[in-house]
Ligand binder design. Structure first.
Ligand code: NAP
Length: 347
């Protein structure tokens, strides 16, 4: 029998959709993603981008506090053990928030499979979804909440040193011994870049933030915090032209000015890319309409409808504008309500 609602993805959009669909007795099935080397390399592991971040200061309702007792009582033991030690100074951390959302979805009967949907057939209903190892299942409605993943610069030298000093996740890799007490480079000028740079000051001797313009894109509060941090030096108007290394490890970066022909080198043990994201839509094989950057297009304002009736999209995979945890969660709720109404109207 076809599933009523299958949710693909396990960030705030996926779990919020699951909570709403479960409470509407739709018995949702969530594919939270597979734990594979490829997903690890691409930054597409279960629980999404928030699980790879530190504090989430702008998700309303979760200030910092004595969280230990709450987490221990709210989460099942296995789930609690997955959390890294320590809490946020100003607010809840991304991993804490994600595990709480997952638990809340489970509490209302959401079923979870730790696998990817590798391909889909949306040509007829019920839709057919194919898992990584080729198993298939049918679904009457699908909510796509697969999010987006971090971009890299695309340099050959960068690819050569990936996981040997080049990373797109300071929280995942920043504490590694190779980076401790060493100078590090972060590329980008958005919130992610200043957040990563600030986080890396916990380990690095100095952090160079390389930005291609003379003004940060980051929000004022985060930009000011980075500029006040004595360990962070912002290198304005420069791009990374080459990652330098000794064959084993990163030893520096060669920078090219974006305003004249000058170049300079910076010694560093690691380069962290924080230059934006790409939506995870490849598995759709072009069957759902997207914009030029690959983000799924909503076909009706204030509805999560996609170009395929019965397929809904929520979160960053359909949002290249707001891209916030809280907006993702909101659209996840909308997608579940849209799926519920679609099922009621078609059955
Ligand atoms: P973003 O806002 O798109 O910023 C990307 C940055 O990378 C920009 O500064 C951009 O430069 C630079 N860039 C892009 N391609 C580049 C290239 N090829 N070479 C060099 N630099 C390049 O992305 P984000 O920082 O990941 O943030 C995404 C969203 O998440 C935003 O809405 C942000 O507010 C949110 N976010 C929030 C928090 C928080 O509040 N705690 C933390 C992280 C992210 P230009 O400025 O010149 O375009």
């Amino acid at each position: 029998m076809a599933e009523k609602v299958v949710i693909i993805g396990s960030g705030p959009a996926g779990w919020s959709a699951a909570i709403y669909a479960a409470r509407a007795n739709l018995s949702p099935l969530v594919f939270e993603g597979a734990i594979t080397n490829e997903n690890s390399q691409n930054g597409t592991l279960p629980l999404g981008q928030l699980n790879q971040t530190t504090e989430v200061e702008n998700y309303a309702g979760f200030p910092a506090g004595e969280l230990d007792q709450f987490l221990t009582s709210a989460l099942e033991e296995g789930e609690r053990m997955m959390l890294p030690p320590g809490h946020g100074k100003h607010a809840i951390t991304g991993p804490e928030l994600m595990h709480l959302m997952r638990q809340q979805a489970r509490n209302f009967g959401t079923r979870i499979i730790t696998d990817d949907i590798a391909s889909v057939d949306f040509s007829k209903r019920p839709f057919t979804l194919t898992r990584l190892e080729g198993e298939t299942l049918e679904a009457e409605t699908v909510i796509i909440a697969t999010g987006a993943r971090a971009n890299y610069l695309g340099l050959e030298s960068e690819a050569l040193y990936k996981n040997r000093g080049v990373s797109a996740c300071a929280v995942c890799d920043g504490a590694l011994p190779i980076f401790r007490g060493k100078p590090l480079v972060v590329v980008g000028g958005g919130d992610s870049a200043v957040e990563e740079a600030t986080y890396l000051t916990n380990f690095a001797s100095r952090v160079y933030l390389i930005h291609r313009r003379d003004k940060l894109r980051a929000s004022q509060i985060m930009a000011e915090r980075a500029m006040r941090n004595e360990k962070i030096e912002i290198v304005w108007n420069h791009e990374v032209a080459e990652v330098l290394g000794d064959g084993n490890q990163v030893t520096g970066v060669r920078l090219a000015s974006t305003v004249d022909d000058s170049e300079q080198s910076v010694d560093c043990a690691g380069m962290f890319c924080a230059i934006g994201h790409t939506p995870n839509t490849a598995f759709l094989g072009g069957q759902v309409k997207t914009n030029e950057a690959g983000y799924i297009t909503w076909t009706t304002p204030f509805r999560t409808y996609t170009s395929v009736e019965g397929v809904f999209a929520a979160g960053d995979v359909a949002d290249d504008y707001y891209r916030q945890a809280i907006t993702s969660a909101g659209t996840g709720c909308m997608a579940a309500l849209d799926a519920e109404r679609f099922l009621a109207a078609t059955h």
